[in-house]
Design a protein around this ligand. Structure first.
Ligand code: HEC
Ligand code: HEC
Ligand code: HEC
Ligand code: HEC
Ligand code: HEC
Length: 336
């Protein structure tokens, strides 16, 4: 349906004359007419992410090959469902139909485009077949509906229909967030996971030039544990020395438990050193589903005070299925 509108409803509005080249190019048409590489996919399926990419390439590129896009193809997921006698019970959140139809609840399973995992229309298409979003912008490219589900408290519900579950290896981070009172404080998942980028929403599929105005949009990469710099923000460290001991505090600044999958671990190595680099104590605290760092938790690790000790060195690793993925952060905490 979107496609029909795209083709038939094309108007010069916002420079979206654009659409014509998706029709068979008239004889003697300029070269630009064939310069829409995604036109063929688009003709096949208006719900395919490749269709959205024609005009929202920046958003598509961010989403492509990231966790939501890979939610079905992920070899880890495919291996996990092979062990299940009823794998269809797993699919709802990995190949979801329209999330907005069941806000805050488990979605229905989608029938098509499974390889796209959690795709554009999963989050953006409403029961009215319009594209829902935070602005309600005016365009003839497709029907648009302004939807409160994209901001504030309702945007948390949008994530938590899938992220509050405890099933398979998944831990209920969404529930942690609500129970710890962050919703009441006006916090949302997107404030951390989808940082703001100022830019145009769309580009013309013909000229590649931006249409409309620049706005505050959100990064569709959905930052997570595989982005070391972002992941490091889950932990805050501080070291204090008293007469008798050295106390290191590890504060959870992620607003939900860490980690969020039984398959993931974060070993935190703490080493007390003196001016000459000599070690005066070492402790490794491994955060996992058996020893989670709860929302708002402050964990203390104590060492006896050693003469000359002047710092604590911290190394945090990311371990997935018992394989070390990366070192998330290295820090030196000075002792007064
Ligand atoms: C209610 C929604 C929901 C259902 C139903 C669901 N999952 Fe998931 N699944 C998730 C979410 C959310 C994540 C991401 C969690 C995270 O990263 O903290 C996930 C992640 C995973 C991962 C990790 C994938 C990767 O690439 O790292 C596996 C494996 C998995 N799920 C298996 C299953 C299995 C097996 C079932 C059925 C028994 C299932 N899931 C049912 C929501 C769901
Ligand atoms: C032919 C070009 C074109 C295609 C294809 C297209 N869009 Fe759009 N879209 C636009 C334009 C133009 C706007 C309005 C931009 C503006 O006003 O700044 C827009 C706006 C949006 C918005 C913002 C809604 C709001 O609240 O204002 C979302 C979300 C969106 N599109 C998602 C999609 C999705 C998902 C698909 C694929 C199913 C898609 N679009 C396909 C051109 C397109
Ligand atoms: C339809 C269900 C669903 C919805 C809605 C959803 N997610 Fe997810 N999310 C998943 C699944 C499934 C995965 C795991 C995919 C995988 O790793 O294979 C995941 C993974 C993630 C990850 C881990 C990323 C990584 O790199 O490992 C983050 C962070 C995340 N989601 C945040 C969000 C936020 C924020 C929202 C709301 C804007 C949201 N999700 C909405 C199902 C969902
Ligand atoms: C204050 C910033 C912040 C907020 C708010 C936040 N997160 Fe996170 N989240 C993080 C950080 C940092 C990580 C990386 C550590 C980790 O993976 O446990 C993370 C990790 C995740 C992961 C991957 C967990 C794993 O280990 O597999 C998911 C899924 C996720 N968040 C979902 C959500 C959802 C859903 C919400 C809202 C209910 C939310 N987050 C709110 C900072 C935040
Ligand atoms: C997991 C759900 C989810 C998926 C999947 C998703 N989006 Fe979004 N999208 C959002 C949310 C949430 C916002 C609103 C962010 C905000 O502005 O607060 C948004 C906003 C937008 C906007 C308006 C600009 C902005 O950031 O506010 C466009 C355009 C858009 N998305 C396009 C796409 C396209 C294209 C795809 C597929 C490649 C896609 N989205 C996939 C959740 C999603």
């Amino acid at each position: 349906m979107v496609l029909a509108r795209l083709l038939l409803g094309a108007t010069p509005l916002l420079g979206l004359v654009a659409i014509q080249p998706m029709l068979p190019a008239p004889e003697g048409a300029p070269a630009a007419a064939t310069a829409t590489p995604l036109a063929q996919d688009q003709e096949k399926d208006p719900d395919a992410a490749a269709t959205c990419a024609m005009c929202h390439k920046a958003f598509y590129d961010e989403w492509k090959d990231r966790a939501h896009n890979r939610a079905w193809l992920s070899p880890v997921y495919q291996a996990a469902i092979k062990e299940k006698s009823k794998p269809e019970l797993c699919h709802a959140c990995h190949i979801p139909d329209r999330v907005l139809d069941r806000l805050g609840k488990r979605p229905e399973v989608r029938k098509a485009n499974h390889d796209e995992g959690i795709t554009c229309v999963s989050c953006h298409k409403g029961s009215d077949d319009a594209i829902h979003g935070p602005f309600g912008s005016k365009t003839d490219a497709h029907p648009v509906a302004k939807d409160p589900a994209f901001s504030g408290e309702a945007s948390v519900a949008m994530c938590n229909g899938c992220h509050s579950t405890k099933i398979g290896p998944v831990l209920p981070l969404g529930r942690d967030f609500e129970e710890a009172g962050f919703v009441k404080e006006g916090k949302t998942c997107n404030q951390c996971h989808m940082p703001v980028i100022e830019r145009h929403l769309a580009t013309s599929p013909v000229t590649g030039k931006p249409v409309g105005e620049k706005r505050k949009t959100r990064n569709h990469r959905i930052l997570g544990p595989n982005d070391p710099e972002f992941c490091a923000k889950a932990f805050e460290f501080e070291a204090k020395a008293t007469e008798k001991e050295i106390v290191v505090t590890i504060t959870n600044t992620a607003s939900h438990r860490v980690p969020g999958l039984t398959l993931r671990k974060f070993p935190v190595a703490l080493v007390v050193k003196d001016r000459d680099g000599k070690e005066h104590g070492k402790e490794v605290v491994e955060f996992s589903s058996e020893n989670e760092l709860r929302a708002r938790e402050v964990r203390e690790v104590k060492f006896p005070r050693a003469a000359g000790a002047d710092r604590v060195e911290v190394v945090v690793d990311h371990v997935f299925q018992d394989q070390r993925v990366a070192t998330i952060t290295k820090q030196t905490l000075p002792l007064e």
